[in-house]
Every structure is written in structure tokens, then in C-alpha cells.
Design a protein around this ligand. Structure first.
Ligand code: ADP
Ligand code: MG
Ligand code: MG
Length: 476
């Protein structure tokens, strides 16, 4: 039997050259591509300036047991998000101190308060989440890094990387001593399209569209286009792409709650923007967000689902006896708790003291998404000391998290057509879809996976932010 070592061992130079060449051809022919930031218009116009997405040449070994565990957690997290989203006071109270110091969180909470005031009902609830994990080498435990409830990216490209790896192993498996059957199939794109189509169906208006909320420039547009293409070709559902500014200019809500944008009725609003303060450069974008929230269109995510995905809520949910407020099933609670790493607010003096003494064992996180925002190492110490000296309320903008250390192994990372070998660590994301209409749960499933791999010396992890490359898994 081929062992895990064969994936990460050295590949002979002549074979390596063939693999890289074939992989690059495969990416180009199969749409495993992103916009090339070096080319003008590549972030706005499809077909202009494409480059292969960064990827690993071979899948990363990953233990089958932990893989199953991560998959099993997805429907439980889906349900948790839904339950927590129903407790408006819990969200407002937990985020109240953060709100004072973080204008972005405050903007989201204002919309949420307005919805509480008008007692806004969301009968049809669609969540497309991705829970991310790292496998800690020393503890041999799977720990959740975060739960994304908005703009969970790469359902499209992650499936393509799985296909790429299987294809390479099918061709060169004998030489590599690998078996493509040990790379699990990835259904993320088809299940996400299915979830969106089912939500659209629940809205029950055959002339309505799915509206994808996009950034003005998006180099990861092909990942999004994969989803829209499947929606159209498999489910016959039309989608449109709009920026928040366009929605502000073209959108209105009819007295019965119908959301019209550019004259078209919107059944589902699918956010691939709106998760970062940069997405709201003016009041116009905030108006658009509020308009959509007030409408009867299905929001993926609603403002409350969005807030449940904040790092502050992650930290609050990890406190003793909090999960019990939202879930009844004790086994489910135990499974969730098992994957929670240490999480602390900066009100916890003991945790802050430890982090100042040994910052290498912590990550300091603001309420941000999209990669590149966290604080590591000596910068943690400096930031915490500064916050203490200023005695400021700013501390409420952050949470502290136990740092996870996955085992590093040798990997081949390919970027811009160049392959280099390095020690690398990985983060496994499991996609989940949840759809409920009133009391009827229509979908609550795990939907596939995203493996991201980065050189072990790098702190941060995002692919779009340039730290990691796309990967798949080789079950061991
Ligand atoms: P974002 O919402 O910006 O993606 P994350 O919490 O996922 O925020 O952090 C970004 C990256 O930082 C992760 O992809 C991971 O590589 C790294 N990271 C985050 N938390 C930890 C942790 N506790 N231990 C080790 N690395 C972490
Ligand atoms: Mg995130
Ligand atoms: Mg992340």
C-alpha cells in the first residue's frame, strides 16, 4: 500500500517537470484560473488576463478519522448558526463592547437592531458556510480556526483542484506510488448550486433571479462564475452580478417586500462581497445592505447569520455553558466543544498576561475577514502592552486565540507557472449548506472541502490574499 510518505517525498526531476507541465495545461483547459493582478481589466472583465490559480502539485496527506470528524461537524455547525441567529439579544449583547470601538461591526449591528425593531421575520433561511480547521500535531486534535458564514470562497476552484490531483495521479500514479481513489471526491460546487437553486425554488417566483453581490474588482471571479454557470445549466436559474453601489442606485423594495434591482425581482441575494469595511467606502453601500435586509428576498447570509460568523461570537460560544443555550443534543455539544481551541476576550487578564509572556502560542484577531488581518508573535506583545498602557476600550475589538501548530511536510507549491518545494502546513475547510423554510429543514449537509496549504514559516493563510495555495487531500 502506498503510504503517506510517498505524497510528500521527493519527486525525480524529470517526472516533476512533466507533472508541472501537465498540471498547468490542465488548469488552463479546465478553468482552474484567477484574474492576473498584473494585467489591467483582469479583475473586472472576464477573459482578460487569466492565470492558473496557485496550487500544490500533489494532494496533502490527511488522516481519514479527522477528515470524517470534520465532515460530521458541518451539519451541527449549520444548526448552531441558525439557532444563534434567532437570539438577537445574545448577538447584540455579545458584540456591544466591540461595537463601541469598531465602526464596521457597529454598522452591521445597526442594521441588525433595525431588523429587531421591526420584528423582521426570515422564513426562508439559507446558509452557505465553511468551517476551517487545523490539525494540531502535538495534541493530534482537530481545532476549528473559524467559521465563515459570509462569502465562503472557492467552492468552484476547490473541486477543480481535486480533479487536477486525481488526473495527475491517474496518469503518473504508478511512478508516484499513489492511488487516486484516496483523494475524496469534492461536491462543493454542485451542492452549493443545488442549495441556491432550492432556495430560489422556495421563493417561488419563476421570473426572479439570484443576485450575486460582488466587489467592483474581483480577481477570484471565475470561482463565482463556476457557481452561476452550474445554476444556469443544471437548474435553469438566472443570476446577475451587482456591486453594493449598483444595488443602491438600481434597487428598491415594494410595499409587499419584493426586492427589485434594475427592474428584476431578486429571489436570493448571495453575498461574495460585504464582509470587509473596504466594501463600504460610502453611505451608499450601507444603504444597499439595509435595503436588501429589509426586503423579503432570501439573504445568504442574513445580517444575523453574518454576525454569528464573527470572531467575537466564536469566542463567546466557546465559553462554558453557552452552547447549551442553543443546542439540546449532548453528543452534538460534545463534538463541537472538542474542536474548540482556547479562545479568550481581552477582559481575561490571565490570558492577556500569558500572551504577553509567550506570544508565539497565541494569535490576536480583530473582527475582520478575508485574511491578512491577524497579529502574531512580537506584534502581539507590543499591541497588548500598548492597549494596556492606553487603558483604552480598543481591546474589545480583538480576541485572543490559542495558536495551532499543524505538522509540516514537504510540498510542491506552484505559483505563476513556477514550482518550488518547501515545508508546508495545511488548513482544511468543510463546506456546509443549510436551508430551512419555516419549520421545514430542506437541506442540512456537509458539501465538500477546501484544502489550503502554505509554507510553514508564514503566519496567515488566505489564497486570495496571497499566502496559501489550493490543495486537496490524500486520505491516510
Ligand atoms: P480570516 O477570516 O481573515 O480568514 P482566520 O481566523 O481564518 O481569519 O485567520 C487567517 C489565517 O490565519 C488562517 O487561515 C490561518 O492560516 C491563520 N490562523 C488563524 N488562527 C490561527 C490559529 N489559532 N493558529 C494558527 N494559525 C491561525
Ligand atoms: Mg473568515
Ligand atoms: Mg479564514
Amino acid at each position: 500500500m502506498p503510504g503517506p510518505l510517498s505524497v510528500s517525498r521527493n519527486v525525480p526531476a524529470d517526472l516533476l517537470e512533466k507533472l508541472v507541465y501537465d498540471a498547468l495545461v490542465w488548469c488552463s483547459l479546465h478553468g482552474l484560473v484567477v484574474g492576473d493582478k498584473g494585467v489591467q481589466r483582469s479583475g473586472t472583465d472576464p477573459g482578460i488576463g487569466l492565470v492558473h490559480a496557485p496550487f500544490t502539485l500533489l494532494p496533502m496527506p490527511f488522516p481519514k478519522g479527522h477528515w470524517r470528524q470534520a465532515c460530521e461537524l458541518a451539519p451541527i455547525f449549520n444548526e448552531l448558526v441558525d439557532r444563534v441567529s434567532l437570539d438577537g439579544n445574545f448577538l447584540q449583547d455579545s458584540l456591544s463592547r466591540t461595537k463601541e470601538v469598531d465602526a464596521f461591526t457597529s454598522g452591521l449591528l445597526d442594521i441588525h437592531s433595525k431588523m429587531l425593531e421591526i420584528n423582521k421575520r426570515e422564513d426562508i433561511r439559507l446558509g452557505l458556510h465553511r468551517s476551517d480547521y487545523m490539525l494540531d500535531a502535538e495534541a493530534n486534535l482537530l481545532f476549528q480556526i473559524e467559521l465563515n458564514t459570509i462569502s465562503s470562497s472557492f467552492p468552484g476552484l476547490s473541486c477543480l483542484v481535486t480533479e487536477l490531483h486525481r488526473n495527475l495521479i491517474n496518469h503518473y500514479g504508478k511512478d508516484l506510488e499513489l492511488d487516486s481513489r484516496r483523494v475524496p471526491g469534492n461536491t462543493a460546487i454542485s451542492r452549493y448550486a443545488e442549495a441556491l437553486a432550492k432556495a430560489w425554488n422556495e421563493y417561488n417566483n419563476s421570473s426572479a433571479v439570484v443576485m450575486v453581490v460582488v466587489q467592483t474588482e474581483e480577481h477570484n471571479m471565475y470561482d463565482q462564475h463556476w457557481l452561476c454557470t452550474l445554476l444556469r445549466e443544471i437548474h435553469g436559474v438566472v443570476s446577475v452580478r451587482k456591486t453594493l453601489a449598483e444595488i443602491d442606485a438600481e434597487g428598491r423594495v415594494l410595499p409587499d417586500g419584493t426586492l427589485l434591482v434594475g427592474g428584476q425581482t431578486v429571489a436570493v441575494v448571495y453575498f461574495r462581497a460585504g464582509y470587509s469595511p473596504n466594501d463600504y467606502p460610502s453611505e451608499s453601500e450601507w444603504r444597499a445592505r439595509l435595503l436588501m435586509e429589509q426586503s423579503s428576498a432570501i439573504k445568504c447570509p442574513s445580517i444575523s447569520y453574518h454576525l454569528v460568523g464573527t470572531k467575537k461570537i466564536q469566542q463567546e460560544l466557546a465559553k462554558p455553558n453557552v452552547l447549551e443555550r442553543f443546542l439540546e443534543n449532548e453528543d452534538d455539544i460534545a463534538k463541537l466543544r472538542k474542536c474548540f481551541a482556547g479562545l479568550w476576550s481581552l477582559e481575561n487578564a490571565e490570558a492577556v498576561k500569558s500572551a504577553i509572556e509567550r506570544p508565539e502560542f497565541f494569535v490576536l484577531k480583530p473582527q475582520r475577514e478575508g485574511g491578512g488581518n491577524n497579529i502574531y508573535g512580537d506584534n502581539i506583545r507590543e499591541t497588548l502592552i500598548r492597549l494596556q498602557q492606553e487603558g483604552s476600550e480598543q481591546a474589545a475589538a480583538y480576541i485572543l486565540m490559542q495558536r495551532i501548530f499543524p505538522k509540516a511536510s514537504l510540498a510542491y507549491l506552484v505559483r505563476k507557472g513556477i514550482c518550488h518545494q518547501d515545508h508546508a502546513i495545511s488548513e482544511l475547510g468543510i463546506y456546509g449548506a443549510y436551508l430551512r423554510n419555516k419549520d421545514k429543514v430542506i437541506m442540512n449537509d456537509q458539501c465538500g472541502y477546501l484544502m489550503r496549504t502554505k509554507v510553514s514559516s508564514s503566519n496567515e493563510g488566505g489564497v486570495a490574499s496571497g499566502f496559501a495555495v489550493l490543495d486537496s487531500i490524500y486520505l491516510t
